[in-house]
Design a protein around this ligand. Structure first.
Ligand SMILES: Nc1nc2c(ncn2[C@@H]2O[C@H](COP(=O)(O)OP(=O)(O)OP(=O)(O)O)[C@@H](O)[C@H]2O)c(=O)[nH]1
Ligand SMILES: [Mg+2]
Length: 332
């Protein structure tokens, strides 16, 4: 991606224009920069930000093999049919590096019915999960600015990482399958809480009634959500394209609920505060390490601490007073 980093301002404007016009190649290049957490992405993200806030992102999560990709595929098709521009991002927080490629192949296979007008991208963990969540949010922003109406975000698995990533979407669908039985009870509380819509997929399998009854029982036992939303429950047979309309309807209902929710706004502000602090810490760290003499001083301090000649708290105080701490690195 060296070429993008070297763009002069005229070419930069041209590049921004291409992204805004929805040029797939330009989007893909920028997404790669974002994914690599390159500083070079920052000026672009900054310029694109005013064009964001229009698209609706939908996270789809659930156990491996539950049918997430199949559902995403069918939803994408239906949204396309209704004239929407759709992007798909598959995020795999469980497998670093190689996972992304495998996931990419899988989603491509699943998405054969999707027309070439749908932008598809897979991402894997690079570094810590928190980073992945904010990278995902940035990628959604790029697609938002590029004019996508709907971004479908598939996350693999049901761990904390998936919860963090799923939370970056406006609406979250949690996929269940019949016969999970005790699994529903044992399901991590986190995943239950983030579900705005439950989809019981593979409803062609026996036990869908029972799964739905168990889910309803569990939902009624748990105290209601802070925002007062009662998660919808939809049954689908994604492989046969059944229940897709109902699923979209449930998303639409939640979407109109969101537009009037004060709790939702508070949650967004809380989320942005976390991100802002993360971003500021990351920037400070980069500023420190990109300055040669500062980096050397930090190394010295680390040696002193290791040799127990200095306590880490005093050292940290010195570090945040270093000039490079708040000085932006020259390179972009
Ligand atoms: N019988 C039945 N099979 C389904 C249904 N939906 C998906 N499948 C099948 O289930 C298998 C897994 O589907 P995927 O869409 O790849 O599931 P996934 O949740 O994306 O899987 P991972 O990404 O590996 O976690 C595939 O063979 C699908 O064809 C359904 O409603 N009924
Ligand atoms: Mg999948």
């Amino acid at each position: 991606m060296g070429r993008t980093e070297l763009l002069d301002s005229q070419n930069r404007n041209e590049f921004i224009r291409q992204v805004l016009e929805g040029d797939f190649r330009a989007i893909a290049r920028l997404v790669t920069l974002v994914e690599n957490r390159s500083r070079a992405a920052i000026p672009y993200l900054r310029e694109l930000f005013p064009y964001t806030g229009r698209c609706f992102s939908i996270g789809i999560t659930g156990a491996p093999g539950a049918g997430k990709s199949t559902l995403v595929d069918k939803l994408a098709e239906s949204y396309r049919d209704s004239g929407k521009k759709v992007g798909i991002i598959a995020v795999d927080p469980t497998s670093p590096f190689t996972g992304g490629a495998i996931l990419g192949d899988r989603i491509r296979m699943q998405s054969r019915s999707v027309d070439p007008g749908t932008f598809i991208r897979s991402m894997a963990t690079r570094g810590h999960i928190g980073g992945l969540a904010s990278t995902t949010a940035d990628v959604v922003n790029v697609m938002d600015a590029a004019g996508f109406d709907i971004v479908l975000l598939e996350t693999v698995g049901v761990g904390q990482g998936e919860v963090e990533v799923a939370k970056t979407a406006e609406a979250t669908i949690v996929l269940l399958v019949p016969g999970m039985g005790d699994d529903i009870q044992a399901m991590k509380a986190g995943i239950m809480e983030i579900a705005d819509i439950f989809v019981i997929n593979k409803s062609d399998h026996p036990g869908a009634d029972r799964t739905e009854a168990e889910l309803r029982a569990l939902l009624s036992m748990n105290s209601s959500r802070k925002d007062g939303w009662i998660p919808g429950i939809v049954r689908t047979t994604a492989s046969a394209g059944e229940g897709i309309g109902e699923c979209m309807q449930a998303v639409e209902e939640y979407r109109s609920f969101l537009s009037n929710s004060k709790t939702r706004r508070d949650e967004k502000v809380r989320q942005q505060k976390e991100r802002l602090l993360d971003l500021a810490c990351m920037q400070a760290r980069e500023n420190l390490l990109s300055d040669h003499s500062t980096a050397e001083r930090i190394q010295q301090l680390a040696v002193l601490i290791a040799d127990r000649k200095l306590d880490p708290f005093t050292a940290a105080e010195e570090v945040i007073k270093l000039r490079a701490y708040s000085r932006p690195a020259d390179r972009e």
